[in-house]
Design a protein around this ligand. Structure first.
Ligand SMILES: [Zn+2]
Length: 211
């Protein structure tokens, strides 16, 4: 009986202890284990999955944004440089280079012995460039000294006498413009136009510029 009671007590004690122990063990360790597991899992999940997603999202966003910035800067710079260079070069070309080439042209034009007749009409290159002149065969011939005057024809040995048909003097371009009696009517018409703005006799330079 004694043994039986003792056995019972021990059994109960062990049982209780076992229960408590298991209970405590489960309660603490399993709970901690599960908690840790879940915690680790969530943390890992957050770290890898969400972090990666956010990073990818930010990357995409930044990339897109950067793309716009890039495009904007590129376009802006391109437009700016293009406009600036274009305007600058254009202006430079038009002012400086044209001025220089006209100066050079003028220098050569002043120095040369050729085109003496033309020079009387156009002594100034830049002035000539400003005139809008409808060049006909007659005007070109006249201003280049190749007008078919008797003087010209005589110089090229086509006719024997350079004397004008009016009988007074050699028939040069100057003679026909300023002197010839036979062209009084035409000269009067020219004079009337010329004297509205200039004085007669007008220089050939002003004649070609204004009339
Ligand atoms: Zn004459």
């Amino acid at each position: 009986m004694h043994t039986y009671i003792n056995t019972y007590i021990i059994h109960t004690y062990i049982h209780t202890y076992k229960h408590t122990f298991i209970h405590t063990y489960i309660h603490i360790h399993v709970h901690i284990y599960i908690h840790t597991c879940i915690h680790t899992y969530i943390q890992a999940y957050i770290h890898t999955y969400i972090h990666a997603h956010i990073q990818a999202y930010i990357h995409t966003y930044i990339n897109t944004y950067m793309h716009y910035i890039h495009t904007y800067i590129h376009t802006y710079i391109h437009t700016y440089i293009h406009t600036y260079i274009h305007t600058y070069i254009h202006t430079y070309k038009h002012t400086y280079l044209e001025e220089e080439s006209v100066k050079e042209w003028q220098r050569k034009w002043t120095q040369t012995n050729k085109g003496r007749t033309t020079k009387e009409y156009f002594p100034d290159v830049s002035e000539r460039l400003k005139i809008k002149l409808q060049l006909t065969q007659n005007i070109t011939a006249a201003v280049s000294g190749h007008g078919k005057t008797r003087d010209y024809l005589h110089r090229f040995k086509i006719i024997e006498e350079p004397t004008c048909s009016c009988g007074e003097g050699v028939q040069t371009t100057d003679h026909t413009i300023y002197e010839c009696k036979r062209l009084i009517k035409e000269r009067d018409r020219l004079k009337r136009t010329v004297t509205q703005t200039n004085r007669w006799p007008i220089t050939k330079k002003d004649l070609i510029r204004r009339h």
